[in-house]
Write a protein that binds this ligand. Structure first.
Ligand SMILES: *Cc1c(COP(=O)(O)O)cnc(C)c1O
Length: 372
């Protein structure tokens, strides 16, 4: 059994992907071919944003907008600590300082902790609050109803990290459309992935879009060889755009199938585990189906037992960012975010993809329940 079965998916899109890749080879538009513009147009429509800019990875999709904000070392950007490393790493890469925020029972940024950290930074007076990076962890939108007014109150930008949330929505508004600018990733294991690295940025702000477009190609000006700022090589390959285009055609069906798989899991497991919180207003993209064991010992037993039965179980995430070596070495050793630290000891994620069958889910759940 695969944790994410991309083989079953490929059978559905094989003709389109194979022909599309062959077409790129024949046309030799490997870089910024017409498929890139087509994909950007379709993704903008999908999210309801005015502008979309594809780029080389989800990490670059976070880094490029942060570079556009021209941040300094003394600028604080608030990031949850329970997420993938790149959510915070991008802040350091852009030259600013991440300030870590705790999570709540949804695994997303805690509003109480966010307000507390903003107040603390203001009181200490060493850093200037500049922005917030809410993460749509495991596919569920962050609490934008609360985050956006806080950002407005303190004059902070909001950069949505929708790497796991793409396809999900809140009050019918799609992830990728929240805040000033949003980032997503097409890493193969994400809800909408390609066959390598890729990413995209979304905004409604024309000036920001133009600046990010320049940063994506070495800070180019209106003349490509007149570089007007520092940028990077942040382009997405045309071949990867072909793969995302093919997958977009079946994405809505896949999102429905993910809902169904998640509902099966919850039905079978709610009596034995802390299952993911659901809310009809939050339509999750179900990038992961994540449970909590009672404690670290129970989780270790589960991981071991599932492995013996050939069922892959992953831990997202075993170490919160503020406890990782890279951040300890940057002086974050004293940061205390109890909910992140607790979750890191208890969480585990089950196989999750749109092509899981009812019998497979039943087998996974029965095996899991036999272990506790
Ligand atoms: C995967 C991921 C990223 C980074 O995306 P890459 O394409 O791997 O660079 C950023 N944030 C989150 C929350 C992710 O899950």
């Amino acid at each position: 059994m695969d944790f994410i079965d991309l083989g079953r998916q490929y059978q559905l899109i094989k003709d389109k992907v194979d022909a599309g890749i062959q077409h790129v080879i024949d046309s030799r538009h490997f870089i910024m071919g017409p498929e890139i513009a087509e994909l950007e147009k379709r993704l903008a429509v999908f999210t309801g944003r005015k502008y979309c800019l594809t780029c080389g990875s989800g990490t670059e999709a976070l880094q490029i907008p942060l570079m556009a904000y021209e941040l300094q070392k003394t600028d604080a950007v608030f990031v949850p600590s329970f997420t993938f490393f790149a959510s915070a790493e991008s802040v350091n890469l852009a030259g600013a300082t991440p300030v870590f925020v705790d999570i709540d029972s949804t695994f997303n940024m805690s509003i109480e902790s966010l307000e507390k950290e903003i107040a603390r930074v203001l009181e200490e007076g060493k850093l200037t609050p500049r922005g917030i990076i809410p993460v749509d962890l495991f596919g569920r939108s962050a609490n934008y109803d609360a985050i956006l007014p806080i950002a407005e109150k303190y004059g902070l930008f909001v950069l949505e990290d929708a790497a796991q949330g793409f396809g999900g929505s809140l009050h019918g508004k799609r992830n990728g459309a929240f805040g000033d600018v949003s980032a997503t990733s097409f890493f193969p294991a994400k809800p909408l992935g390609c066959y390598g690295d890729g990413g995209a940025i979304f905004t409604d702000d024309e000036a920001l879009y133009n600046k990010m477009k320049s940063i994506r190609v070495h800070g180019m000006g209106s003349d490509r060889y007149d570089n007007i700022r520092m940028g990077m090589n942040g382009r997405m390959d045309t071949m990867q755009a072909v793969v995302v285009l093919a997958k977009l055609d079946i994405f809505e069906d896949e999102l429905k199938a993910r809902q169904e798989v998640a509902a099966w899991y919850t039905e079978e497991l709610a009596d034995s585990f802390v299952v993911p919180e659901t809310d009809p207003e939050y339509f999750s993209a179900w990038a992961q189906y994540t449970l909590r064991a009672k404690n670290a010992e129970e989780r270790a037993k589960i991981i071991e037992g599932m492995k013996e039965k050939g069922i892959p179980v992953m831990i997202y995430y075993p170490i919160p960012l503020h406890e990782q070596t890279a951040y300890k070495n940057l002086g974050y050793g004293d940061v205390k975010l109890p909910y992140c630290s607790q979750a890191a000891k208890e969480v585990f994620s089950l196989p999750m993809h749109p092509y899981l069958k009812r019998e497979e889910v039943r087998y996974i759940c029965e095996t899991l329940k036999s272990l506790i």
